[in-house]
Design a protein around this ligand. Structure first.
Ligand code: ADP
Ligand code: UDP
Length: 237
């Protein structure tokens, strides 16, 4: 496998073509952004930590029967993945109220959500990722009804697997964001990443924040805490 030209440079990752037209390389950079890219910093080792963390989690999800992009780790900061035609929405599941839900609905941070809440957001920084619903997605042609149903089912399947995984390691999976795409055979496949940059994790006992809220809220020890999360899961970094 050979790395070819850059396809896209996002806020945290750079995507490269390879000599296999069905595969891409995701390069996880140290760049860390929040508030639609208004706050950006370089955090030492974050690219490596997130690359290895993402590979670890996606492999767990594959093992649980969920189709993911995962192919192989190719360097400390790069992974080989299936090339997907990405659906431009973010699928968010919330087990506990936090973040934009608290701001939008005025509920207390930490409120348990049973059943969990599912939300779609349009991936569009210029519009600040507005919340959208199934009707917008079908009407604007971003995905079909069947693809929406599949994304919801897979996002909840991920919840069952990862809630248990984090719980056993002493953490609460508060909320998370997933992105899906369509592979060459037309299947819905989990893409992008699952790392502490795209979810909220709290220590079960102390409720210490162990995710990107440390960066958003200036709490410090961002990468050190991501490493602690990984170590609790049995991934030495
Ligand atoms: P952003 O675009 O939000 O700034 P990133 O810096 O994470 O995000 O950039 C990664 C880009 O690569 C995203 O636009 C994401 O949708 C896209 N992507 C992630 N996984 C895949 C994949 N398997 N196939 C094609 N594109 C992908
Ligand atoms: N999230 C993300 N990327 C985004 C928006 C949200 O990874 O562009 C994640 C975020 O880290 C959290 C969950 O999705 O785990 C829900 O985010 P929320 O809507 O509360 O937004 P935020 O607090 O980031 O404004």
């Amino acid at each position: 496998m050979e790395k070819r030209e850059e396809l896209y440079r996002g806020k945290a990752k750079t995507v490269y073509l390879t000599d296999d037209s069905d595969k891409l390389i995701l390069h996880f950079r140290n760049d860390t952004s929040a508030f639609d890219g208004q706050k950006i910093e370089q955090l030492d080792r974050k690219g490596e930590v997130n690359n290895k963390f993402n590979h670890f989690i996606m492999t767990k999800l594959e093992d649980a029967g969920i189709a993911t992009q995962v192919e192989a780790l190719v360097s400390d900061t790069e992974s080989l993945v299936k090339k997907l035609d990405m659906i431009p929405v973010e699928c968010v599941v919330r087990n506990v109220a936090a973040g934009s839900l608290v701001r939008r609905l005025g509920v207390e941070e930490g409120l348990l959500l049973d059943p969990p809440v599912f939300e779609f957001f349009l991936k569009n920084d210029a519009l600040h990722d507005p919340m959208v619903n199934d009707y917008h997605i079908v009407s604007f042609g971003w995905a079909s009804e069947a693809q929406i149903a599949e994304m919801k089912a897979l996002t909840f399947k991920v919840n069952a697997v990862l809630k248990a995984l984090f719980d056993e390691a002493g953490m609460m999976l508060v909320d998370y964001k997933l992105e899906f795409g369509v592979d060459a055979a037309g299947n819905i496949v989990l893409g992008d990443e699952f790392t502490p940059d795209g979810c909220r994790l709290w220590d079960k006992e102390t409720r210490k924040k162990m995710d990107k809220d440390r960066f958003r809220q200036g709490l410090g020890s961002v990468v050190e805490t991501y490493i602690e999360v990984a170590e609790r899961l049995g991934l030495a970094l």
